[in-house]
Write a protein that binds this ligand. Structure first.
Ligand SMILES: Cc1cc2nc3c(=O)[nH]c(=O)nc-3n(C[C@H](O)[C@H](O)[C@H](O)COP(=O)(O)O)c2cc1C
Length: 172
């Protein structure tokens, strides 16, 4: 959802969404993601100022961070793909939990990491990776972004072994 009302999200619903994130699939069950909840209007306003891709005015936001130093202590490179995949599973699980609670939600990665770290006083060892915006969906929504029609599963999926010479341009 990229348009939200100003109605607040109750604390108990935020906690249920965080609980869902804590149950998301996680590589090696290491749990290197940290969730920072922002639900006060002043901090949300500043967060939006450093997030050009945050088109909605959320009533709350969860900033998913990676504890990079902890990852390195585990022997993982800071660039390990699993760290970002786990950000994705946590985010998607929160989006689904929000939907189940009749809330609107939207992921945002278009923000300045340095500015978000400063605004939220994040420890230097944490890297903010994705913001899940939460709120009550407005009755009208902007059109979806992107240049193409919505691709279907048929455009994106292949059965069995591929023919290397076949046309594999999705949607063509
Ligand atoms: C990793 C990631 C980053 C995203 N960042 C943004 C963002 O910064 N701003 C935004 O409006 N939407 C963002 N989105 C949402 C996508 O634009 C959206 O999921 C996609 O356009 C599909 O739209 P739909 O959910 O309406 O099908 C992001 C999604 C993902 C998975």
């Amino acid at each position: 959802m990229r348009a939200m009302t100003s109605e607040p999200v109750p604390r108990d619903q935020l906690e249920r969404i965080l609980d869902a994130a804590a149950h998301a699939p996680n590589a090696g069950n290491r749990r290197l993601q940290r969730l920072v909840v922002i639900d006060d209007a002043a901090t949300l306003r500043v967060l939006r100022m450093v997030s050009p891709g945050m088109l909605q005015h959320p009533a709350a936001a969860v900033v998913i961070c990676i504890d990079v130093a902890r990852a390195v202590e585990y022997g993982l490179p800071a660039t390990s793909s699993g760290l970002l995949i786990d950000v994705g599973t946590a985010a998607q699980t929160m989006l689904l939990a929000a939907h189940a609670l009749d809330l609107g939600s939207g992921p945002v990665t278009s923000f300045s990491k340095a500015a978000v770290s400063t605004v939220l006083n994040l420890p230097a060892r944490w890297s903010p990776e994705l913001v899940v915006c939460l709120g009550h969906a407005a009755s009208t929504q902007p059109s979806p972004v992107g240049p193409h029609r919505r691709l279907t599963w048929r455009d994106l999926s292949y059965w069995g072994r591929l023919d290397r010479n076949a046309n594999t341009v999705a949607g063509s």
